[in-house]
Structure formats: C-alpha cells, structure tokens
Design a protein around this ligand. Structure first.
Ligand code: UDP
Length: 246
C-alpha cells in the first residue's frame, strides 16, 4: 500500500506526484489557506538532523516535497517507496503556470537585485496572465518585520522566496505568521535560472538524474555543500539497520 507520508531521517515527505502536489496547492490557493511548502533534498535533511530548530520548523510545513532522486532512492531502500521525485524548480514552474491561468498575484523575493528583476521580466513575458505583486532582492536584514509588512500589503497569492536554506524557510515562517493568506515556498537558486544568467542542465542530464553532477562540474564551489550526500546515504543505511525513525 502506498503511504501518504514517508519519513526519511525524521522528515515526513508527502508521497504525492507533481500533479497531485499542484492540484492540492491550487485548491488551497482558491480557498485562501495559508500554505508553507518546503522542497527538501538530502542536504536539507542532513542540515535538519544537525539543527533542531530547523527540524522543528520543517515539521510546521503543510507540504514537504521530495526534491531529487536521492530522497526517492532512500525511500525505496527503506521499503516505503515515494512515487516520484518532485524537483522544487518544477513545482515553482507549475505554480507560475497556475498563476498565469488564474491571474494570481506572485511576489518574488531573493537573489541579487539585477537577477530578481531579470527573472520577473522573463516570467511576465512567458506568463502574461500572471500578476506581479512585487519583487525585492534578498540582501536585506531578514529579521526586519517591515519587509514582511511590505510584502503582505501587496496581497500575493504566491510568495517565492529565494535565499537558499535555512534562511528562506525561517523567513517564510515569520511571514506566514503575519500574512492573511498565500502559498509560500523557498526556491533556492531558482531566480538565477529564471533570470537566464544560470542555465539549467541540458535535458539529457536532467533525464539521467545527474543534475547534481553537472552543477558540481560547472561550479566546483558547490562541492562543500554536496558533501552532505555520502553522509545522507550512510544515515539512511543506519536507519535501515536500526529500524529507528532517524
Ligand atoms: N541569497 C539571498 N540572500 C542571502 C543569501 C543568498 O537572496 O542572504 C540568494 C542568492 O543570491 C542565490 C540564492 O539565495 O540566488 C541561493 O541559491 P543557492 O543555489 O545557494 O541555493 P540552493 O538552490 O542550493 O538552495
């Protein structure tokens, strides 16, 4: 039997296809339900293991999507297979498409000023039906409550937050505590891709599920961050051996 939630090293993933994620998010958007969406990859899972407060924050999310093949493989190993990987970038594109169809309002916050403004230009060209509620770069004091108020007043249906983890999830929690409604999701480096300044990996590379390798080769500075993968795999095997919940 397919499980609704699959816990990997203490993180409860929603076992939904991309399509189901999007239809649930769409429902909540229509109902104006505040929604905290997290897309978690092995790096995030490992970070949450070492940081209690971030772990507790993730448990407050309404949805946790399995971002990447590493999570899917771990779920299979543990005997509780997840249906499919749900890349954060694709969920974001799906949300933008829904916003386009329904003239929803989207706020973009994060990345450098030039990057976010290029990203917004490209999004409005691609999805002319979507309303730009506003945008702001990501290099302000993230503790400043005024920024939350500024964004809230633009009444966005969707708030894309691109600070990288754990900053983006922390800000989203603070934002949603104040907001009336909105689907908020941390999208990491996605504005860099939307801006056209950083290219997503070629399709073949995406199909082979080796986007991480491609990024690593193009940007060796990511190596330190990616070193979470081997310890993630070790931790999964330990969970399997101990039968512990992580
Ligand atoms: N960033 C930001 N504010 C900060 C730190 C980072 O807006 O205080 C942005 C940065 O410009 C980049 C994104 O956050 O656009 C982080 O991207 P990264 O690729 O590191 O995130 P990942 O996708 O790996 O989570």
């Amino acid at each position: 039997m397919m499980q609704k939630k699959v816990t990997i090293l203490g993180i409860p993933f929603d076992n939904l296809t991309r399509r189901d994620f999007l239809s649930e998010l769409y429902q909540r958007m229509q109902n104006k339900q505040k929604t905290f969406l997290v897309t978690a990859n092995p790096e995030i899972v490992m970070y949450a293991r070492d940081h209690r407060s971030y772990h507790d924050l993730l448990l407050q999310a309404d949805f946790i999507a399995p971002d990447g093949i590493g999570i899917v493989q771990a779920s299979r190993r543990l005997g509780t297979p997840i249906k499919e990987r749900v890349p954060g970038f694709e969920l974001m594109m799906g949300l933008l498409e829904l916003a386009d169809q329904d003239q929803k309002r989207v706020y973009f916050i994060g990345a450098k000023e030039e990057i976010v403004s290029l990203a917004v230009d490209n999004v409005s060209k691609k999805w002319p039906g979507l309303k730009i509620a506003g945008y702001h770069h990501g290099y302000f004091n993230h503790e400043d409550p005024e920024m939350i108020e500024t964004v809230r007043q633009t009444q966005p249906d969707i708030i894309l937050v691109a600070f990288g983890f754990p900053l983006q999830e922390n800000w989203i929690k603070a934002y949603l505590d104040e907001a009336d409604y909105g689907i908020a999701v941390g999208v990491g480096g996605s504005f860099d891709v939307l801006s056209g300044r950083t290219k997503r990996a070629p399709r073949l590379v995406q199909k082979l599920h080796i986007e991480w390798l491609y990024r690593l080769l193009k940007q060796p500075s990511r190596y330190k961050r990616m070193s979470a993968l081997p310890s993630f795999i070790r931790a999964v095997y330990r969970q399997l051996k101990d039968g512990s919940a992580g």
